[in-house]
Structure formats: structure tokens, C-alpha cells
Design a binder for this molecule. Structure first.
Ligand SMILES: [Zn+2]
Length: 597
């Protein structure tokens, strides 16, 4: 467990270490053997998965089959009884081992937890149930009346329509998919719990949390803390949205926000309520090319003292939309890949020269430079990960955020000094994204999944509990009563196929603002709302000191050492202070109805 590193160091100073020398050598030999085989199997699986994502030919299942075979081989190895027994046996003598050896053995056990061959039958059932569930979810045809619509169509209506009837129809249509997913979710909950219980975890939620070196009560206390810190600001945003939307729709102001009023199916992001005027990034980017956007992102990292990207990145990545008539499709969701835990790094994007993709290129290259930074001889392959699961996303998002600030855009010639975006509206738009996300991620999602797995919520109470949490944390209510024939939680992808990890996103938002605040105030001596990281070598040095150790460092100690404080939302609260003042003025005389936590 990572946070115990300090303690392990102390123990290893004791005379017992001399006795331990005898076990360190065989452990190292085992780790070397494991690593070589793991790296090879993982690389094969990644390459097939890359092909499955970048070259999709309708009716041709060659790639999908190859991916399945490679992933099964990897699962058989990581979950093998031999690896479970060996790592457990050595961990029983952890006081005699080097700290890095302990971390690697723990990582081996964690990898085994997902598919222990000691319960091979259960693992097979779980994988089959997961495949079935995602096929139902992604293969579902949404309908409004008798008209088939895509999820994008539904989102577009919720973002733009001013008609409450049309919004209601779109919102209701978006929730129909949950009905058919309920049985599968309950079955998956049972299979996921039983699989990890075979390795001694109390439930699947506890298993996922363990990767942070934390217990469930510790994790819940941490996410509750973030939620409490941001509650006063969220209350103002909640009041603002109730009054502004009621005005827009021409109806009385409700106590709780009706779910179909909001520009997002789950009420997790309200940022499209605001359009920022005053500068034209869209126009400036029209004069560039998609290639320019990616190269510009690389130039930015190089300006911070990072190396150029490896030639293979450019040769192997899939960066632009598939040309018309190419005869294949690709996954259009942006991602960054570390295929071999070495220098084969690639990005999958569909870059166009617009503001969203411009920001995304800076975000994805953040992941790529994280991979390249911890790929060094000091970091064993098994620890080539972010300091914890939230750090990776925090770094990518922070670089995306930095690339969108006015002085940065000014410096790279994408806006002119004369253009002045409305700073308050810009901050409001950011808050409607980052702050609104917190009660949803820390409250609704994390609480629901913790209770689903840890308290075995009964099938007959899933929807009731879901909406209780939505009301309490987000201050949102359904347009009409939702019975247990619905399963509104299961309409969210992550509940089905990325289970029990959603707090990652909340923690990464907090870390993002904490790191950004430090860079702005302590390194650049600039206003955190108007920074320019470009060309600043000290910013690069600071980042590299965080990225280079990967998961071989203790993530809590690192945050404390680098920023001077523990993980908290304090920096995020500070960032939005000017907005808080503005909202208090706008909301003067309005009734706040959001409950206390
Ligand atoms: Zn990312």
C-alpha cells in the first residue's frame, strides 16, 4: 500500500534487514520473471485492442476475436494461482523486503483481483455478463415516439431546446435504456463481489478503493470533505440555475431542479447554459489545420523542457478523422495509450481545428508525456502508472485548462490583445462544469456504488435510493415519480463497465486545481485565472518531478511535498472566489433550497 512507504522504509533500517537479504534475491528473480512475461502479454493485448479501436470494419470480427484471445491470455497469467500464491507468500515477509519490491508484489495481487483463476468459473461468468451488459447498453436504440434517435440527438435537445415538452420527451427517452439493464447490473454486482472476495476483499468497491492504499471509510470521508468544501458555492449555482431556468422556460421557480431542465442527461455538467462572448478562438483556429493543433501541443511541452515525441508516436498514432470512403471506422473518443510500458506511446483522436480539439490535443499529450516521464530505469514496469488513478487525469486536464487561458492563447497568437472575453462569464462557465460535477461524482455516483457493492442494495430499492441521493447531493428531482421498473443509475456507462471508480474524477479535479494554484502563485507569480505556462522551464521542472516517479512514489506525500497541503478542494474554492461574490449579488433576495449535507 503506497501510503505506508514511509513506515516500510523505517522498518527496513532495522537489523532485521540483514536477515531479509536472503529473501530479497528470490523475490527480485520472481519479479523480473513476472515482469518480462507480463510486459509481453500486455503489449500483445494492447496492439490487438489498438487495432480494434482504430480499424473497425463492419461485419469483420477478426480484430475483436484477436483482442479477446490476447486479453484472455493476459488474464490467465495475471490471475494465475501461482502468481497469487507466490506474491502472497512473499508479502507475508514484507518487513524483510525492499519498499519497491513490496509495491510491485501488491500491484501483482491487485492485477490478480480482477480475474483470480482460483475462481475461474466466476471470472468467466463475470466477463460474459460484462460483455452482454455493454452490448445491451451500446446496442440500444433510443426512440422519441416512433422515431429512432442517437444519444447525440438527445444531448443536443437537452443542450439547446427551449421547449419543456420537447426536453421532457428527450429526457424520458434517454432513461428507457435502464429498464433492460437492471437484471444485468444486479447479476454483475454479485459476480464482481464474489470474484474479489476470493482474494479477501470485502466487496468490489473496497477492491477498487484499495489501489489508493485506502479503506472505504477513508475514501468516503475524503470525497465527503471535497463535497462539503464546495457546498456553499454549489448552493449559489443551484439557486442561480433554478431562477434563471425558470425565467427562461416561463414557469414558477421550483425547490429542486427538474432533471429535464438541465443541459445534461444526469445533471453532471451545466456549462452549456453559458456562452462566453468577447473573443473568437473558433475563427483563429479556422485559419490553422488539424495537424497544426497537434504539433502546437507538442511545441508547448517541448517549450517546458520535455523532449520531442518519439518518431513512432507520429507513425503509429491515429490522430485525424477517417477520410470519407476509407472503408473502415474508428472509435471517435479521444485517448492516450502506453502499449508496452516502454516507448510505444500513441494517441487516438479525431482532431479538427476547433477549440474543443485544440484543448483535447494539449490534454492527451499530457497523458503521453506522463507515460514517457515514468518510463525510466528507476521505475519498475509494474509501477509505470500515475501516482494514483486520479493524477493522470489531473495532469491532462490541467494542461488543457492552461492552454485555454487568455495570456497563453495570446502568446501563441490565437487571440489578439484587444480581444477581451468576459471574465465572470468565463468563470461561471468553468464552475458549471467543474463545481457542478462534484456533488454528482462524490455524492450520487460514489455513494450509490458504495451501497450497491458494500451494502448489497436490494433490486427492489435501486431506483428509490438513486433518486434520494440525487435529491440530497445534487438538489435535482425527476419530472415525475420513477418506480422500480426503471433503473436510472444503469443509464450511466460507468455504472456498467467502469464500476466503482467514479471518485477518481472528483479527486482529479481537486488535484488539478491544487497543482495549478501552486504553479500560478508559487512558480509563475501570476493570477491563476490568467496564466501563461508556455516556455516556462521551472513549470516543466516542477511537472517532471511529479511525473517521473510514477506509482513508485507515495501520492499523498508527493502532494504535500510539492504543494504544501493535503488533498483538498481549498484551491478550487479559492479559484472560484470572485464568482462566489458575483453569484451572491445575482442571487440576492432569492431563496436557497439546497439541503445541508
Ligand atoms: Zn484524460
Amino acid at each position: 500500500m503506497r501510503f505506508r512507504l514511509g513506515l516500510i522504509w523505517l522498518l527496513s533500517m532495522l537489523p532485521a534487514v540483514a536477515a531479509g537479504k536472503g529473501v530479497q534475491d528470490p523475490v527480485q528473480a520472481y519479479l523480473d520473471r513476472y515482469t518480462a512475461q507480463y510486459q509481453e502479454l500486455y503489449y500483445t493485448a494492447s496492439k490487438t485492442e489498438w487495432a480494434s479501436n482504430t480499424h473497425i470494419v463492419e461485419g469483420d470480427s477478426t480484430n475483436a476475436r484477436a483482442t479477446k484471445v490476447a486479453k484472455e491470455a493476459l488474464a490467465r497469467f495475471t490471475g494465475s494461482t501461482e502468481n497469487i500464491d507466490t506474491s502472497r507468500r512473499y508479502l507475508a515477509q514484507k518487513k524483510s523486503l525492499k519498499p519497491l519490491q513490496v509495491l510491485q508484489l501488491e500491484s501483482i495481487l491487485y492485477l490478480a483481483g480482477d480475474n483470480p483463476q482460483t475462481v475461474a468459473e466466476l471470472v468467466q461468468q463475470r466477463i460474459a455478463a460484462e460483455t452482454e451488459q455493454t452490448e445491451k447498453l451500446y446496442g440500444y436504440e433510443f426512440r422519441i415516439g416512433d422515431k429512432a434517435v442517437t444519444p447525440n440527438d438527445l444531448d443536443e435537445i437537452l443542450r439547446t431546446s427551449k421547449s419543456l415538452d420537447e426536453r421532457l420527451a428527450a429526457w424520458q427517452a434517454s432513461k428507457e435504456v435502464g429498464k433492460g439493464l437492471k437484471t444485468g447490473l444486479v447479476r454483475l454486482r454479485d459476480l464482481r463481489n464474489r470474484t474479489v472476495q476470493a482474494l479477501g476483499y470485502s466487496d468490489y468497491f473496497a477492491y477498487q478503493v484499495s489501489e489508493y492504499g485506502m479503506t472505504v471509510p477513508e475514501m468516503m470521508a475524503l470525497v465527503d470533505q471535497l463535497n462539503r468544501e464546495l457546498r456553499p458555492l454549489y448552493r449559489e449555482l443551484h439557486t442561480y440555475a433554478r431562477y434563471e431556468l425558470a425565467k427562461q422556460y416561463g414557469v414558477p421557480v421550483p425547490k429542486l431542479l427538474p432533471a429535464h431542465w438541465l443541459p445534461n442527461r444526469w445533471g453532471q455538467d451545466w456549462s452549456s447554459m453559458v456562452t462566453v462572448k468577447g473573443f473568437d478562438l473558433e475563427g483563429a483556429l479556422k485559419a490553422k489545420t488539424p495537424e497544426w493543433c497537434v504539433q502546437q501541443a507538442e511545441r508547448f511541452y517541448v517549450s517546458l523542457g520535455f523532449p520531442s515525441l518519439p518518431a513512432t508516436f507520429w507513425e503509429r498514432s491515429s490522430l485525424y478523422p477517417v477520410p470519407e470512403g476509407a472503408g473502415y471506422k474508428k472509435n471517435t473518443h479521444a485517448s492516450a495509450w502506453h502499449l508496452d510500458f516502454d516507448h510505444d506511446v500513441r494517441s487516438l483522436m479525431s482532431v479538427e481545428n476547433n477549440p474543443e480539439w485544440y484543448e483535447t490535443t494539449h490534454h492527451e499529450l499530457g497523458h503521453i508525456y506522463y507515460y514517457l516521464s515514468y518510463t525510466n530505469p528507476q521505475v519498475p514496469v509494474l509501477l509505470r502508472h500515475g501516482a494514483n488513478r486520479a493524477y493522470h487525469e489531473a495532469v491532462g486536464s490541467m494542461m488543457g485548462l492552461a492552454s485555454m487561458q487568455k495570456p497563453f492563447l495570446d502568446g501563441v497568437g490565437l487571440v489578439t490583445a484587444q480581444e477581451q472575453p468576459d471574465a465572470t462569464q468565463m468563470l461561471l462557465k468553468e464552475a458549471l462544469n467543474y463545481v457542478v460535477f462534484i456533488p454528482w461524482s462524490t455524492g450520487t455516483m460514489s455513494r450509490f456504488e458504495q451501497e450497491l457493492y458494500g451494502k448489497n442494495l436490494a433490486p427492489g430499492e435501486l431506483n428509490r435510493r438513486w433518486w434520494e441521493l440525487v435529491a440530497r447531493y445534487q438538489g435535482i428531482e425527476p419530472p415525475a415519480a420513477r418506480g422500480e421498473e426503471y433503473c436510472d443509475a444503469a443509464t450511466k456507462t460507468h455504472i456498467n463497465d467502469d464500476a466503482a471508480q467514479y471518485y477518481d474524477y472528483a479527486l482529479s479535479s481537486a488535484i488539478l486545481f491544487q497543482l495549478h494554484d501552486h504553479i500560478a502563485t508559487a512558480i509563475l507569480h501570476q493570477d491563476p485565472h490568467a496564466t501563461n505556462y508556455y516556455g516556462q522551464k521551472p513549470v516543466g521542472d516542477f511537472l517532471r518531478s511529479i511525473l517521473t516517479p510514477g506509482a513508485s512514489a507515495d501520492w499523498r506525500k508527493m502532494l504535500r511535498d510539492k504543494t504544501g497541503s493535503d488533498l483538498s478542494a481549498a484551491a478550487m474554492v479559492r479559484y472560484f472566489e470572485p464568482l462566489m461574490a458575483y453569484l451572491k449579488t445575482v442571487n440576492a433576495g432569492r431563496e436557497a433550497t439546497l439541503s445541508e449535507l
